[in-house]
Design a protein. Structure first.
Length: 580
């Protein structure tokens, strides 16, 4: 094997890994929202968790990505450690699909349809279709399908390149001597572990083994320990991702490691005596792509059958490795490990934004209650709520900006942009809650009071503001479309109401029924009420635009106001309801 063969093999490996990465990312983007639906059905049922992990890994073609995602979920408190175990075990089995796809390379025969199944026959066709879809089609779905085809074509090209580079390596004496060393199962496990840990992809390392099996006389007995070692090596990605995680997040990574280590050494304890004393002819046969894929699958399934009933043991081992602490640990609200699956990160961002919305709206409604029931406890709750909302905004803003650097679908990108706008509106709503609190406290400290007429008017404004905020909450938190339709007409009525109250206030000032000092507080209050309704209208605009994948808020609002007769009826209804 010359230096040029080695360079060719390295180049082929790079193409192989790149193609697998492109294909996996495109598959993930295409299946993004389906992944959310699958994960939403997770329960404490280990079998459901197993099939969830299996399906997700088959879809995104990466057990490492699935496991890293699970570590992130456990770290965020979205999954319990017990729920994660079934998903992790399922991910280990799901990764076997890639090896079977690569095995199609070894199809032989003169029958036309058999030839069509061979990658060398259909890969060029997929590449042509893929480049056409990617370059000339506008729809995101078509472009992603094109990327899937191109990724697969690149992967198979890399595999062919590696195969040609090692075609004659089996004739080299040094390689034959090396294979003799690998007949030691422990050395085979070590090699498989190091190779997979280095390239961080068990699918890729199994593909490399398939290439060597296709080109050189490697026995099945030599391949089995290497495959088992690859099972351990694939844990490196999850272990690295658990650095800095909560203790439960670390435990999830250790469950993955324990599953593969225990499974590997139990199976090697069965395999070694059978190989040494069993005189089983199958083990001495030369391996090929099919037998490597079959061994990979059988060993994974054997590990699953062995340890799926013993999930409580894996859980206990993780607690033994990471002991319980008396100090309660706070789950990470937004975990960057979820960036491994951006669609899930978007969903998590939305859930946290819902928490922020509830906090902001509670802060505002608490401030509206102050006029009838002021207590120091409510005042402090308002300030705490505003501070908490600010922290939510900082965390979500940073998280969503970082997430935008990853490959995400157009719909997820639109949702991320919507969330960035929404968190600004919710933060301002909580600010107005504090502004109202300060106005009420100023009235109390200076012993100021409104006239009877002014109190009635501000009561109307408070009720209108409370209602529009409730509609905004229902529209975003509960997804209530009917509530969404109420926001804009009510906001318009509040705008008119503000001007009416301002005119009435000026008239009272002119008659001497109201002092200028009270007038300043009055003006600040009705401005806070009106601006709160403006932010509720912005929230409605964002939600409307998301459904149309169009982020121009005001364009949509203008269209609704000008074209919708129902809108005018609602304006009339709220005008009458909140008349002064």
């Amino acid at each position: 094997m010359t230096i040029f063969d080695a360079l060719t093999m390295i180049g082929g490996l790079c193409l192989f890994l790149f193609g697998m990465n492109v294909m996996g990312q495109a598959l993930e983007v295409s299946a993004g929202r389906n992944l959310r639906n699958i994960l939403a059905k997770l329960t404490n049922n280990i079998s459901i968790g197993f099939f969830t992990g299996l399906i997700i890994t088959m879809v995104i073609q990466s057990s490492s990505a699935t496991t890293v995602m699970v570590v992130g979920f456990v770290n965020s408190g979205l999954l319990t450690l017990k729920q994660s175990i079934g998903v992790i075990i399922g991910a280990n089995v799901g990764t076997t699909v890639t090896a079977w796809i690569l095995s199609l390379q070894q199809i032989n025969g003169e029958i036309f349809w058999l030839k069509l199944l061979k990658p060398s026959a259909f890969t060029p066709v997929l590449a042509v279709i893929g480049i056409f879809l990617f370059m000339f089609c506008k729809g995101e779905k078509k472009k992603n399908i094109g990327l899937i085809f191109l990724g697969f074509a690149t992967l198979m090209t890399g595999m062919d390149t590696m195969s040609s580079a090692v075609e004659h390596i089996g004739e080299q004496q040094w390689f034959i001597d090396l294979l003799v060393l690998f007949e030691n199962p422990l050395l085979g496990i070590l090699v498989g572990t190091l190779l997979t840990a280095l390239i961080q992809s068990s699918s890729a390392s199994v593909g490399i083994l398939q290439i060597f099996a296709n080109s050189t006389p490697i026995s099945i007995a030599t391949c089995i320990p290497i495959i088992l070692g690859m099972n351990i090596g694939t844990c490196i990605t999850a272990m690295l991702s658990s650095i800095g995680a909560t203790k439960n997040g670390k435990r999830a990574a250790y469950v993955h490691l324990s599953f593969n280590i225990i499974g590997t050494f139990v199976l090697i304890a069965i395999f070694w005596p059978l190989k040494s004393f069993g005189n089983i002819e199958f083990f001495s046969q030369n391996a090929n792509m099919w037998t490597v894929a079959a061994c990979h699958t059988v060993l994974k399934i054997a590990c699953t059958l062995l340890l799926l009933p013993a999930t409580s043991l894996l859980e206990k081992i993780s607690y033994w490795l990471i002991p319980l602490d008396e100090t309660p640990e706070q789950a990470v609200v937004l975990d960057e490990r979820l960036f491994a699956t951006p669609a899930i990160a978007i969903e998590r961002s939305r859930e946290v934004t819902v928490d922020m919305a509830n906090c902001a709206i509670k802060t505002l409604t608490n401030s509206l209650d102050l006029f009838d029931n002021y207590t120091p406890e409510i005042a402090q709750a308002i300030r705490d709520g505003e501070e908490k909302t600010d922290k939510y905004e900082d965390a979500l803003g940073s998280y969503l900006v970082k997430l935008s650097n990853y490959k995400i679908s157009a719909s997820d990108s639109a949702e991320a942009a919507m969330l960035l706008k929404l968190i600004g509106d919710f933060e301002r709503i909580s600010d107005h809650g504090v502004n109202i609190l300060e106005a009420v406290e100023e009235l109390r400290e200076k012993k100021l009071s409104f006239s009877e007429e002014a109190r009635k008017e501000i009561s109307v404004m408070i009720n209108a503001t409370r209602e529009v905020v409730e509609y905004a909450s229902k529209a975003f938190v509960d997804g209530d479309i009917e509530a969404l339709a109420e926001i804009s007409p009510l906001e318009q009525v509040i705008d008119v109401l503000k001007e009416k109250l301002r005119s009435n206030h000026i008239a009272r000032l002119q008659k001497g029924n109201c002092s200028i000092e009270v007038g300043f507080v009055w003006s600040d209050l009705i401005t806070d009420f009106e601006r709160t309704s403006d932010h509720c209208s912005n929230i409605a605009g964002c939600l409307i635009d998301l459904s149309n994948l169009d982020m121009n808020i005001h364009e949509h609002l203008r269209a609704i106001k000008s074209d919708d007769n129902t809108y005018k009826q609602k304006v009339s209804f709220y005008t009458e309801k909140y008349a002064v």
